[in-house]
Design a protein around this ligand. Structure first.
Ligand code: TLP
Length: 345
């Protein structure tokens, strides 16, 4: 029996087609900008995001860090959500490595930052204050159940940022999931942003890599920062080849993962001691809570499910996140719901 691994969509191994493309990839030295496969991936990514340029990076974390450091100087301030990935899960890199001051704003359960809260966070000109420089949004929003930010909201934040002469960065690690959920092109969601990162190595199944996109000057600055961070890769075309397959073949199938997330949420919501946070989740994540009187907590549930060859990840004592992706099929969904039911019986 195969493992069902729902800990994240980062666990996705490359498809056979990706492995073939990797083996056959034409390569050069990307630090000299002469790896044709990387150059092709970057051109495709820029086009998909509607931006002038793009830069291949090893991870979403490096993409976000390079974006913040390209927009900001030391002592500048970035307004971002208190639940966002950059604030919670990137090891404080923007402060530790860039001297950039994070100004967290309370995130609504739907992943939005209230416009008035962003506005209130913008500093006035005063020698005591850091300089407000950047706003960051996350779409889809990981900690908010894979919430999707629509174009109306993102446009409003873009307009607010411009009014205050701030830049807008979009952590679009799963932007193609947001686009699939809304039925709009990813470039439409990225339009008001000065920069956007998206990940090839999550729901799109590539083994490694993310892409940072923006205007030419911005990407030029970001290339120096990537070098400082040690992210200048050499024959990176081997990795970019899988990214090209990801863009060409994996984007259009994302609605399948969303359908399975809804199916899994529906099945889980019938199980005693389980409270599904959103019974109709918007993208590929299902979050649920175990009641205080359930016979297992999150860690206990991880252990019991592992005996049925199912991997899950509890994000806190009684809150569990399940992420659907290419390698989980309908049978995996049924098996998981049944295993959780019997674990709690
Ligand atoms: N998220 C991972 C973990 O780090 C939590 C996951 O399993 O979901 N932005 C967002 C919104 C992300 O969810 C992630 C990864 C990143 C950035 C960072 O990407 P990587 O892992 O490539 O550095």
């Amino acid at each position: 029996m195969d493992w069902v691994d729902l800990r994240s969509d980062t666990v996705t191994a490359p498809t056979p087609e990706m492995r073939e493309a990797m083996a056959a990839a034409e390569v050069g030295d990307d630090v000299f900008a002469d790896d044709p496969t990387v150059n092709r991936l970057e051109a495709m990514a820029a086009e998909r995001m509607g931006k002038q340029g793009a830069m291949f990076v090893p991870s979403g974390t490096m993409g976000n860090l390079a974006a913040v450091l390209s927009h900001c100087q030391r002592g500048d301030e970035v307004i971002l959500g208190d639940q966002c990935h950059t604030f919670n899960y990137e090891a404080g890199g923007i402060a530790a490595l860039g001297g950039v001051h994070p100004h967290p704003v309370k995130t609504l359960p739907n992943g939005q930052l209230p416009l008035d809260a962003i506005e209130a966070a913008v500093r006035s000109e005063d020698v005591h204050f850091p300089v407000s420089r950047l706003v960051c949004l996350e779409n889809t929003h990981n900690r908010c159940g894979g919430a999707v930010l629509d174009e109306t909201y993102t446009d409003s934040v873009g307009a607010l940022a411009r009014r205050h002469h701030l830049k807008l960065h979009l952590d679009g690690a799963r932007l193609f999931n947001a686009a699939a959920a809304l039925g709009v092109p990813a470039s439409r969601l990225a339009a008001p942003a000065d920069s956007v990162t998206f990940c090839l190595s999550k729901a799109l199944c590539a083994p490694v890599g993310s892409v940072l996109c923006g205007e030419q000057d911005f990407i030029h600055r970001a290339r120096r920062i990537r070098k400082q961070l040690g992210g200048g890769m050499r024959q990176a075309g081997i990795l970019a080849a899988a990214g090209i397959v990801a863009l060409e073949k994996m984007v259009d199938r994302l609605p399948e993962d969303h359908r399975r997330a809804k199916d899994l949420a529906r099945r889980l919501s019938k199980i005693p001691h389980v409270t599904v946070e959103d019974p109709s989740p918007p993208s590929n994540m299902v979050y649920f809570r175990l009641s205080d009187d359930a016979r297992l907590d999150g860690t206990g549930m991880e252990e019991v499910l592992a005996r049925s060859r199912i991997k899950i990840h509890s994000v806190s004592a009684r809150r569990i996140r399940l992420v659907l992706h290419y390698w989980v099929d309908d049978e995996g969904v049924v098996r998981t719901a049944e295993a959780i039911r019997s674990a709690l019986a």
